[in-house]
Design a protein around this ligand. Structure first.
Ligand code: FE
Length: 129
């Protein structure tokens, strides 16, 4: 999906634009989905692609929604991120290129993964599961 900057600015809230298109990070513990425990699916707020399920969600205590897996590994791209003096793995929506968050290898479940994702990059849909 290719959209111009102007299109994204029109369709997204300023905070969504800052996170998804400018690789920003929301203030920890500020997001809508940080502590949400309901059953359902989490979509990309930019393009609607299904990314995460409540089945993989856990509370990492870090202030951002955390998941131990993606629903379909093709739905995200992992990119080495050397910004801010760290080497991290950036998680990007494969469909629209939107920045979602980062992936760490210190997850508490069997997968060992912790997808640390900005709430504002996600759209929760309760009815689908
Ligand atoms: Fe997307």
């Amino acid at each position: 999906m290719q959209k111009t900057d102007d299109q994204w600015k029109r369709e997204l809230t300023p905070e969504q634009y800052r996170v998804l298109r400018e690789k920003g990070t929301e203030v920890p513990f500020s997001g809508t989905y940080n502590l949400l425990n309901d059953d359902g699916m989490y979509h990309c707020a930019g393009c609607g692609a299904v990314l995460f399920s409540s089945e993989g969600k856990f509370d990492a205590g870090c202030g951002w929604p955390s998941f131990d897996r993606v629903v379909n590994s093709d739905s995200v791209k992992l990119i080495e991120d050397r910004s801010q003096g760290m080497v991290r793995t950036e998680v990007v929506c494969a469909s629209c290129g939107g920045h979602l968050g980062h992936l760490f290898d210190d997850g508490p479940t069997q997968t060992g993964k912790r997808f640390c994702i900005n709430s504002t990059a996600l759209e929760f849909n309760k009815t689908e599961l």
